[in-house]
Write a protein that binds this ligand. Structure first.
Ligand code: BTN
Length: 265
């Protein structure tokens, strides 16, 4: 086993996020490793971090570029007592926690593109995936919350096809930062926001989420399944759905891929 550089930031009582951090030098995906640990009985709050992923997974079946030594690839095991339909609120909450953590090293630059892309200067620096595991009655058992943040990646670490759309904290600020510190802020913010979500739902964190929103006031097109709608974003509601102004009426969008006029999408 490689030495675990994240052991120094493990904290809190059993069950709190980040109380135990497993560290792997290389794995296909921390989502798979987390799923295996969870099915073996790992407690809620356990985190898996890999130095490098050979098959990092993004949302919508995409891959997540995961070179060694420059970024943060983590999966957190959660066992929330909530209906399956509320799992998207976990990823919104995680987006907010990650934005707060990134804002500490890149103040004033972070934005959230609904539902949970993390942007710096209009390019993607991080992403979130929440995979639900259900029991044989179809009830929510575990959520595998995957967070990828490009920390010290340089433009040369990015494949050609990502250079226009992706960035990192280092590219955006011109400064190399300590990944352990970023991880420490991330898991602390995640732990407190998660507790807040369990106790009071998304509503109290909605204003904080809105302050980071890259889309509010923007004209966007949203594709979900075969359907495409265009409108102006008016914000998110108490459940975290996107409120889209279609002119004649407001539509509540609960899922979909958003493209923004005049910006990378
Ligand atoms: C997205 O924006 O599409 C979500 C990206 C999520 C990437 C992270 S990296 C750590 C964890 N392991 C994975 O395979 N994916 C997530």
């Amino acid at each position: 086993m490689p030495e675990n550089p994240y052991r120094q930031i493990e904290k809190g009582e059993a069950g709190r996020i980040g109380w135990r951090i497993h560290y792997l030098e290389e794995i296909d995906s921390t989502q798979r490793a987390g799923r295996e640990l969870a099915s073996g009985g790992a407690a809620a709050g356990t985190v898996v971090i890999a130095e490098r992923q050979t098959a990092g997974r993004g949302r919508l079946g995409r891959s997540w570029h995961s070179p060694a030594g420059v970024s943060l690839y983590s999966t957190t095991i959660l066992r929330p007592k909530m209906p399956l339909a509320k799992v998207p609120q976990i990823s919104l909450m995680a987006g907010l926690a990650a934005a707060d953590a990134i804002a500490r090293v890149a103040p004033g630059l972070v934005a959230l593109k609904w539902p949970n892309d993390l942007w710096l200067k209009g390019r993607k620096t991080g992403g979130i995936i929440a995979e639900a595991v259900t029991d044989d009655k179809g009830e929510l058992e575990t959520v595998l919350l995957g967070i990828g943040i490009n920390v010290n990646l340089s433009a040369n670490d990015l494949p050609e096809e990502l250079r226009e759309r992706a960035t990192s904290i280092r590219i955006a600020t011109g400064r190399v930062c300590d990944r352990i510190e970023v991880a420490d802020s991330l898991f602390s913010s995640l732990d407190s926001r998660y507790m807040e979500l369990l106790a009071s739902g998304f509503t109290p964190m909605r204003p904080a989420w809105e302050r980071y929103s890259a889309l509010t006031g923007k004209r966007v097109a949203i594709v979900n399944g075969g359907r495409r709608v265009e409108g102006t974003v008016r914000g998110v509601d108490d459940e975290g759905a996107l409120m889209l102004d279609l002119g004649a009426r407001l539509e509540r969008i609960v899922a979909g891929e958003v493209s923004v006029e005049g910006a990378y999408a």
